[in-house]
Design a protein around this ligand. Structure first.
Ligand SMILES: Nc1ncnc2c1ncn2[C@@H]1O[C@H](COP(=O)(O)OP(=O)(O)O)[C@@H](O)[C@H]1O
Ligand SMILES: [Mg+2]
Length: 223
């Protein structure tokens, strides 16, 4: 099964949770994680490299070439459609859909496609990364970065997903703000308002370790 990892925002923990989900899934089967669009890449002798893509590759049992995992890589850490425009590239849903269709997702038991930013990431020309998810009919796992303001972000994202006709397979509460007041109350409100199962609550982990984070996830709850 292949899921799209959406988040309530950039830095909400999509890569962290995706790596943890892949690690968990790897205990029972084969995995593949990809990050089709990434800005904020490093220039290396081998070409551009993005830390998100490398983290997902580290938890993938099926090893693909870097360019397969992250075909649209941009150096500046800015909105991808602006970075693409700067190098004269147009990012269309079609070209991303075609790339994803060419990948061997069917060969693994559990696959993830990490988005970029939040759900309505612009590709330019009135198109969005969400159009790709719609066209491929991928179920979504929503990562909620739990901090003050997260209830609004989570609800708006859920509303947009449902309005787009997306199936939400589950959501993960990822505690990004260690100093948040009333975390239990906020989590209880979230649990009540979200329409899909909560796959786990990941505390703020000092090391930011995906292996440790995997222990807080239950993939059996996936809808
Ligand atoms: N539960 C957590 N505990 C500790 N660090 C976290 C946690 N969730 C995210 N982080 C850290 O926060 C930063 C942003 O997370 P990341 O997964 O890169 O977000 P996104 O992929 O949504 O942009 C990273 O440095 C990551 O290691
Ligand atoms: Mg990321």
């Amino acid at each position: 099964m292949t899921y799209f990892i959406a988040g309530t925002d950039t830095d909400c923990g999509k890569t962290f949770v995706a790596s943890a989900l892949l690690h968990r899934a790897k205990q029972n089967g084969t995995t593949l994680g990809v990050k089709p669009i990434a800005s904020g890449c490093e220039v290396t002798e081998q070409g551009l490299r993005n830390s998100d893509a490398l983290s997902l590759m580290a938890q993938s049992s099926l090893q693909l070439a870097y360019e397969q995992v992250n075909p649209f890589a941009f150096v500046p850490a800015i909105a991808p459609h602006i970075a693409a425009k700067k190098i004269g590239l147009s990012l269309t849903p079609q070209v991303i859909v075609e790339h994803l269709k060419s990948l061997p997702f069917a060969e693994v038991d559990f696959a993830l496609v990490e988005g970029a930013g939040g759900w309505r990431l612009p590709l330019g020309e009135g198109a969005y990364l969400s159009d790709v998810v719609k066209q491929l009919n991928l179920p979504v796992i929503l990562v909620v970065g739990v901090k003050l303001g997260a209830l609004n972000h989570a609800l708006l994202t859920q509303e947009a997903l449902l309005a787009d006709g997306i199936r939400i397979a589950g959501w993960v509460a990822n505690i990004v703000d260690i100093a948040m007041s009333e975390p239990e109350e906020n989590l209880a409100s979230l649990e009540q308002m979200m329409s899909s199962p909560c796959l786990g609550i990941i505390p703020h982990l000092a090391e930011g370790d995906a292996v440790q984070a995997a222990e807080f996830l239950d993939l059996n709850l996936l809808k």
